[in-house]
Design a protein around this ligand. Structure first.
Ligand SMILES: [Zn+2]
Length: 199
């Protein structure tokens, strides 16, 4: 018997042992919601980033998706300045990346938060004026927010609620007051509100 054949027989034998012993598991799709990559431990980090900004009165937190596969604050800022003609640029106060265009779960602070000025995200004056706009990169009609995005959003929402005294019933999705699918039908709104969720 050739050496090659011997190796082949040996490998087949090994493979069947592994298979029969149950070690072999076929690759399965793992739902994102069960992955605990970022427990809520980032909350202090968010605080240390945001504590030194003065805050004015805010009544709502409005959640959006970008309805795009990728993106980041700089990209949306450019789009809002050049295509929409908004001199204050980025319409959201915060952008949370999904790993395409910016780091997964990275919170970017927009100029409108730093300067505490009205957002341009709601399409309704009251919510632009009193609503903190947070945009998660992604299209959640077609995919799901990542675990890291949801952990960051959850920590950010918790921080803003406490800092700005916003009750949970005022943490809303764009589609609550506007005819839009935003932030997409797969956005786990009730899980976010449950607070106890781990992502
Ligand atoms: Zn929206």
């Amino acid at each position: 018997m050739h050496c090659k054949e011997k190796i082949y027989i040996y490998l087949s034998f090994l493979a069947s042992i592994i298979f029969l012993s149950g070690c072999y598991a076929p690759p399965t799709f793992k739902p994102i919601t069960t992955t605990v990559k970022h427990p809520k431990k980032e909350a202090p980090y968010i605080g240390s980033q945001l504590d030194h900004y003065f805050v004015r009165d805010w009544k709502y937190i409005v959640i959006h998706h970008s309805a795009s596969v990728s993106g980041c604050a700089a990209e949306f800022d450019r789009f809002h300045r050049e295509k929409r003609g908004w001199e204050n640029g980025l319409g959201y106060h915060f952008v949370i990346g999904n790993g395409c265009g910016s780091d997964d779960g990275k919170i970017e602070i927009g100029g409108r938060w730093i300067n505490q000025i009205d957002g341009a995200h709601a399409g309704v004056q009251e919510y632009n004026h009193s609503g903190i706009g947070i945009c998660l990169v992604g299209n959640f009609n077609e995919s799901y927010p990542t675990a890291a995005q949801m952990a960051s959003l959850s920590a950010l929402v918790e921080y803003l609620q406490e800092r700005c005294r916003i009750p949970s019933e005022n943490v809303i999705m764009h589609r609550h007051f506007r005819e839009t699918e935003c932030p997409g039908r797969n956005f786990p709104y009730y899980k976010l509100l449950a607070k106890t969720a781990r992502w």
